[in-house]
Each structure stands twice: as structure tokens, then as C-alpha cells.
Design a binder for this molecule. Structure first.
Ligand code: SF4
Ligand code: SF4
Length: 363
């Protein structure tokens, strides 16, 4: 059979389109095979039941004023400097090809416009005073890492939790990772701000046993003022997710950060409680009130960010109990509070009713 000139052009165009589609598919597979993670927290006891490993993914669509994990916001690795470890050898300055580093009377300056996050200064620093926040992980490496503690998960009714940042910002990888965990008998939880599309939740939730969903403020204008986004989509997702979980025999916990002057307001707690009872049909297994803490001040300093809440005092025990009473009065089942509190006598932050870790769940 002889092909005409037109047939040949059509064939060539078809092959070009096919090639393009294959490239796109390959890119998608490659993109899903790695994720940017800034912390893997072993023996975590606050992000779901039992002993867990919590995997913290970088990137978050919210910008909460009280964010306790400032290193989680951007979807790029970020260089941090530990003043107390630095011996002032200036090896990093000689190493940096981008001329992004310099010293002044306050210590090391990082020009974040020039820094390409290559990590060479981290490698060369003799005293581990430099660290890169965020590393690209392959799925098989991450699974190998978390599987080491499988016996603890099994014995304690624990598992793994994907958190952040916001894990739904890297949905392909997270779905594949959760699926692999489930296929290997590891229980899974996702800690989410609720600000993602239904398409993403539909992709992830089949491989999730428990959803930890944040409801931070019931007033949408205030939610936008404090977090950067309104809350309508989050509340709508909360209803959809609770119905999905209920219909599939899975569990849900609601979490609310209790932040002085922002969310620690009686009307807010009442409003969230009424939403849980009336709109979520009191389905969530528990409601966690997480007290404000300021352990993250040094993280902000290391990232050269001025944190507006750095001088805010912790909540008192009486205040947390007051908010717990309000939560109970709404009829929500199983409200709890946890986190750091302030001692009345000294105004120092000395008490805690649960162990805390460096990467925080108040976000
Ligand atoms: S290489 Fe490390 S120890 Fe030396 S000046 Fe730089 S940060 Fe400090
Ligand atoms: S990470 Fe690379 S570009 Fe950034 S300061 Fe270090 S050596 Fe320079």
C-alpha cells in the first residue's frame, strides 16, 4: 500500500503526539516517585493512636500566623544555621559558588535570593552548624525507613501518619505511599488542613484508616485573616470526608489549635462544636484542643523570619480546662486537650501533659 503525502504527515503528527503523551506520563511517574520531606518523626504518640512514625511533607497552602513548623511552608529545601554549633571557620563562605553567605556581627547571613539550595556548604561544614531542611525521598527508601518499626505499630495498635506542611500537596506520592503501607499491613493516618480538592481526597482516602482534620476557626473572615484562606471549602470537605469515612468503616478526629487572641475564643469553640455535632453528625471519634506553644521560636530565627507571636505566653491549665468545658457543653463526644501550659506562679512554661517533639502538630 502506498501512503499519500497527507497520510504521511498525519502519521508523523500522530507519532509526535504519542511521543509527547509518553513523555508526560513518564514525567508524572517520575514526579510521583519522589517527595520533599522535612522530618521523619519516630515513636510519635500524638498523631493518632499507638506508637507511630509521622512523616512531615513540605509545602502548605495555608499561612497560619501561629504556624509551629515554618520550615514546612515552602516547597523547596531551606538552609538553616545553628549559631551555637558554628566555630567560625568560614569554610562555608569559601565553598559557596553563589556567594550567598557572609558574616556580620550577628553571625552568618544567608542571602536566600542567591542560595540555590545545592547543599555543598552543609557537606563541607565541619561542625554540623548548617542543615538543609527538606530532602527528596524515593518511595521505596521512605517505606524501608518506616517499615523498620512495624513491630511497634503492630504491638501498640499504631501505624504511620502523613503530616506536614500539608501532605495533600504531594498527592500522587502520598497515595502510593499509603497504598504500600496498607498492602504491607501497616495502619495509616493523614493529618490534613482540609484545604485540598475532592479529587485529591478521593485519591488518598481509600488507603487511609484515620483522618485527623483541622478546624481552626468557624468564622470564615477570621479564618482568612489568620490562615490566608477562607474556611468554606474546608468545612465542605469536612462534611464530605466524614460521610466518606463513615460509609467505609474508617475514623476521624478533629483538631483545633488553641491560640491566645486568635482561636482561643469562646464563640469559636462553641461554633466548631456545633458544626461537629450538627454537620458531621457527631461522627468524629474525638476532638483535640491543642494548646499554643512557642518551642518554634528558634526555628523562625534560624530561617531569618520575624515571628509575630514570639512573645505570646502559653495558656494556663485553667484556661485549657475552661475551653474543654466549652467543648463538652456543645455535646461533642470525647473532647481532649493537650500540649504545653504555663505555671501560674512563675509564668514559666514548665508543665506539659503530653510529650512534645521538635516538629509540632499545632499548625
Ligand atoms: S563552615 Fe560551619 S562552622 Fe564553619 S563558619 Fe560555616 S557554618 Fe560555621
Ligand atoms: S546551599 Fe549552596 S548555594 Fe546555598 S549557601 Fe550553601 S553552598 Fe551556597
Amino acid at each position: 500500500m502506498r501512503l499519500s503525502q497527507e497520510n504521511l504527515i498525519e502519521c508523523r503528527n500522530f507519532l509526535l503526539i504519542l511521543q509527547l503523551l509518553l513523555k508526560l506520563k513518564k514525567f508524572k511517574i517520575m514526579a510521583a516517585s519522589e517527595a520533599l520531606i522535612f522530618q521523619i518523626q519516630k515513636f510519635s504518640t500524638e498523631d493518632g493512636p499507638g506508637i507511630r512514625t509521622t512523616v512531615f511533607f513540605k509545602h502548605c497552602p495555608l499561612k497560619c500566623i501561629w504556624c509551629h513548623n515554618p520550615e514546612s511552608i515552602l516547597k523547596i529545601p531551606q538552609l538553616e544555621w545553628f549559631k551555637h554549633k558554628c566555630i567560625g571557620c568560614k569554610t562555608c563562605i569559601e565553598t559557596c559558588q553563589q556567594k550567598a553567605l557572609s558574616f556580620d556581627k550577628n553571625g552568618l547571613n544567608i542571602d536566600r535570593e542567591k542560595c540555590t539550595e545545592c547543599g555543598e556548604c552543609v557537606v563541607e561544614c565541619p561542625s554540623t552548624a548548617l542543615n538543609m531542611l527538606g530532602r527528596w525521598w524515593k518511595l521505596e527508601d521512605l517505606f524501608y525507613e518506616i517499615e523498620k518499626d512495624k513491630v511497634y505499630y503492630t504491638e501498640s495498635n499504631g501505624g504511620i501518619t502523613v503530616s506536614g506542611g500539608e501532605p495533600t500537596q504531594q498527592p500522587d506520592f502520598v497515595a502510593d505511599f499509603l497504598k504500600k503501607c496498607k498492602e504491607n499491613g501497616i495502619s495509616t493516618a493523614v493529618d490534613t488542613c482540609g484545604y485540598a480538592s475532592k479529587k485529591v481526597y478521593k485519591q488518598i482516602l481509600p488507603y487511609v484508616d484515620l483522618v485527623l482534620l483541622d478546624i481552626k476557626h468557624i468564622d470564615s473572615d477570621k479564618h482568612k485573616e489568620f490562615t490566608g484562606v477562607p474556611n468554606e471549602a474546608i468545612l465542605e470537605n469536612a462534611i464530605w470526608i466524614s460521610n466518606y469515612l463513615k460509609g467505609n468503616g474508617k475514623k476521624m478526629w478533629i483538631r483545633t489549635p488553641i491560640i491566645p487572641l486568635y482561636t482561643a475564643i469562646e464563640e469559636n469553640l462553641k461554633g466548631i462544636g456545633e458544626f461537629i455535632v450538627n454537620k458531621l453528625n457527631n461522627f468524629p471519634e474525638r476532638w483535640d484542643l491543642l494548646s499554643f506553644n512557642n518551642l518554634c521560636v528558634s526555628k523562625y530565627e534560624r530561617l531569618n523570619i520575624d515571628w509575630s507571636l514570639k512573645d505570646v505566653l502559653l495558656m494556663k491549665k485553667e484556661e485549657m480546662e475552661h475551653f474543654l468545658n466549652i467543648a463538652e457543653s456543645t455535646g461533642v463526644k470525647n473532647p481532649h486537650w493537650s500540649g504545653l501550659i504555663r505555671s501560674i506562679e512563675s509564668n514559666e512554661n514548665i508543665m506539659k501533659n503530653q510529650d512534645h517533639h521538635l516538629v509540632d502538630n499545632v499548625d
